[in-house]
Write a protein that binds this ligand. Structure first.
Ligand code: TSJ
Length: 643
């Protein structure tokens, strides 16, 4: 109860007790309110605050938000909205401002509950962030005055008071907070994490300008996101560098049943579909009714159009939704007043009206668009027809592969050097790049638990190849068979033959590329393996530093330099150019033995829909970064393990 004695007019009435109980609940179970207290939770509290300003923008009163990472990793969020009301909320004896920051409005997004402040779409998180901050100060600018109140771990240490003057025209809200290091596992912000999410928010809120500034020493930077085209520009952004089937991006918006619907889409020549769905600017990775409405409408409109234009003959079967969505990039954004979420992680929209709303808005506009743009209608129908042919060919190839593996008895690929243990939860498979490393890996493994499978040359880039090619690729089919789960609709995690799938490639540019191709393949066809944490990257060292009897492995230049300093400048430094340069014992000790190795687990970031995709696209281009850099910069997906 520190700080409480600073309160003037102490009042332990019912509302004060409610405040204290509320704060205590949040601090006791922060995960219930912000999901987790790890790096993700730390970033989440920024979004909780920013969402309030976004609501003000959606209400039409704000067009600029500034987010600053301060030198000490505290955060300032500032907008040019109306300013949180400071006058007394009737019957409470308290400023509306104080109530916003001290009363728990609902369980928050993670605890259920449906209370809304002021008709906004989010905006229940300010008191939660306050409770989890060592210090928080809010300033409201309006009518030429600056109002302010400060808190420690959620408890007011001042009243709402006028602390200064400002220009008459200035209006807005500024919140500065210091996340509590007693609550969060880390209090160091990641610029790129905030950047990706804030960029996404800007795409989803057309016209709103969001600026992110990093003031930390040596990391100073600033970036603004401002898209008049909104999700139309989001689609262009995601299709950057792809071969487009047509230049225009289809876009529509409408309001049905009190649900605001926006859809943007465009096809590229690629084979994957990339559809991102949002409810109230929050990513819904599991889709839901809005996605169903989108798919229904798209399939129906395109089939009707294809028949009408005779791209489909009378006896032709309808194109399937999957055919039509090949190479499609789409954003579906709905704003729903009291959304219902379903599914295990509550990330799937259940509101049934949203299906009808999306269907009805999209169907009318898409029909009109095709009539106005017959060239685009034609290429969409042609692409879908081609996709159908490829799908039929792929099915044949797939059946063939299946039959072939069945004939080979046991069905395991010849290149697999399997382990002897049959309990799959104890087993690991190393996917090893190149032939030179295969020998040491085979000899250095623990043959009871560790299997090894070589990859020869670069594996197929599944972003650029169609499914049929995939089934004809020996490296890919070999892996699918070795993993045991099957893929796509046949995927069955209970058939997984190894608990850990460990990608082991050289620590150079080529190795990084192969690792990326592998991850892309798994991400596209066996995403559950990543989601459930079965995929890892091995970490071979880059250097060995030795002098006399002492020797160390170093995993980065900085670590090497440190060791050289430690041992003296005359230390012997050898560089491993590839896995093949290590002998059996070295490889086992540094990279394979669970007691001594370093492994990185690959995971997905659900906070920003397009993140993993973009990482892959960037890495697949000509700027293939060395793998270590890739891992460092994408630490979000990769957790340290076994260190
Ligand atoms: F989360 C928060 F409360 F901390 C917060 C709120 C943080 C930040 C950076 C901004 C905001 C915020 C709230 N910006 N703008 C507003 N607007 C209102 O609270 C507001 C103002 C006027 C009226 C009105 O009806 O006159 C209504 C509202 C909700």
């Amino acid at each position: 109860m520190e700080n409480i004695e600073n309160l003037e007019n102490q009042n332990y009435g019912a509302d004060q007790i409610q405040v204290l109980e509320g704060l205590e609940a949040v601090r006791k179970r922060p995960g219930m309110y912000i999901g987790s207290t790890n790096e993700r939770g730390l970033h989440h509290i920024v979004y909780e605050i920013v969402d309030n300003s976004v609501d003000e923008a959606l209400a039409g009163f704000c067009n600029e938000i500034k987010v600053t990472i301060e030198k000490d990793n505290s955060i300032t969020v500032c907008d040019n909205g109306r300013g949180i009301p400071v006058d007394e909320k009737k019957g409470t004896g308290k400023s509306a401002l104080e109530i916003v920051f001290t009363i728990l409005h609902a369980g928050g997004k993670f605890g259920g509950g449906g209370y809304k402040v002021s008709g906004g779409l989010h905006g229940v998180g300010a008191s939660v962030v306050n409770a989890l901050s060592k210090e928080l100060t809010v300033k409201v600018f309006k009518d030429g005055k600056v109002y302010s109140q400060s808190y420690n771990i959620g408890k007011p240490i001042t009243k709402v008071e006028v602390v200064g003057e400002c220009e008459k025209e200035k209006h807005g809200t500024e919140v500065h907070f210091v996340p509590d290091s007693d609550i969060f596992e880390t209090t160091i912000y990641n610029y790129d994490t905030l950047r990706t999410r804030l960029r996404e928010t800007a795409f989803l809120t057309k016209g709103l300008k969001i600026t992110l500034t990093d003031k930390r020493e040596g990391k100073e930077k600033e970036k603004s996101f401002h898209y008049e085209g909104g999700i139309k520009e989001f689609v262009q952004f995601m299709n950057k560098g792809k071969n487009l089937l047509y230049d225009k991006v289809f876009y529509c918006e409408g309001n049905k049943e009190n649900i605001i619907v926006e859809v943007a889409l465009q096809h590229s020549s690629e084979y994957q579909e990339a559809i991102y769905t949002f409810v109230n600017n929050i990513n819904t990775p599991e889709g839901g009714t809005h996605l169903t409405g989108f798919k229904n409408s798209l399939t129906k409109v395109i089939n009707d159009y294809a028949r009408e234009q005779k791209y489909l003959k009378e006896n032709d079967e309808n194109l399937t939704g999957e055919d039509i969505r090949e190479g499609l990039t789409a954003i579906i954004s709905v704003k729903v007043e009291d959304p219902q979420f379903e599914g295990q992680t509550k990330q799937k929209l259940g509101t049934s009206e949203a299906q009808f709303a999306v269907q009805s808005v999209l169907t009318d506009s898409l029909k009109y668009f095709l009539d106005q743009n017959p060239n685009i209608g034609k290429v969409i129908c042609e692409k879908a027809t081609l996709a159908r042919k490829a799908r039929e060919a792929a099915r044949k190839a797939r059946d063939l592969t299946r039959r072939k593996t069945a004939l080979e008895g046991g069905g395991l690929p010849g290149k697999l050097v399997d382990c002897s243990e049959r309990d799959s939860t104890k087993c690991e498979i190393f996917i090893v790049e190149g032939d030179s490393a295969l020998g040491p890996a085979k000899d250095g493994r623990d043959s009871r638990y560790q299997a090894v499978m070589p990859l020869r040359g670069k594996i197929l880039n599944v972003e650029k190849a169609n499914e049929q090619k995939m089934y004809e690729n020996a490296e890919i089919t070999g892996m699918i068979t070795a993993f045991g789960t099957g893929i796509k609709d046949e995927f069955d995690i209970s058939k997984l033959r190894y608990d850990k799938i460990i990608i082991m490639t050289d620590a150079d540019v080529d190795g990084a590329h192969i690792a990326t191709l592998m991850l892309t393949f798994i991400y596209r066809f066996l995403p559950e393996l990543i989601k459930q944490g079965h995929v890892y990257l091995a970490q071979p060292p880059l250097f060995k530093v030795s002098k006399g009897k002492k020797s160390f492995y170093a995993y980065s230049d900085a670590e090497k330099d440190e060791r050289v300093k430690e041992l003296g400048e005359d230390a012997d430094v050898s560089r491993f150019k590839g896995l093949g340069e290590m002998d059996t014992e070295q490889l086992a000790e540094t990279t394979m033995d669970p007691e001594t190795r370093v492994l990185l687990r690959v995971n997905m970031n659900d906070d920003a829909a397009s993140e993993l995709d973009l990482t892959f696209t960037t890495l697949m281009g000509d700027e293939v970064a060395p793998r270590r850099q890739f891992i460092e910069e994408n630490a979000k997906y990769v957790q340290n393990l076994d260190i």
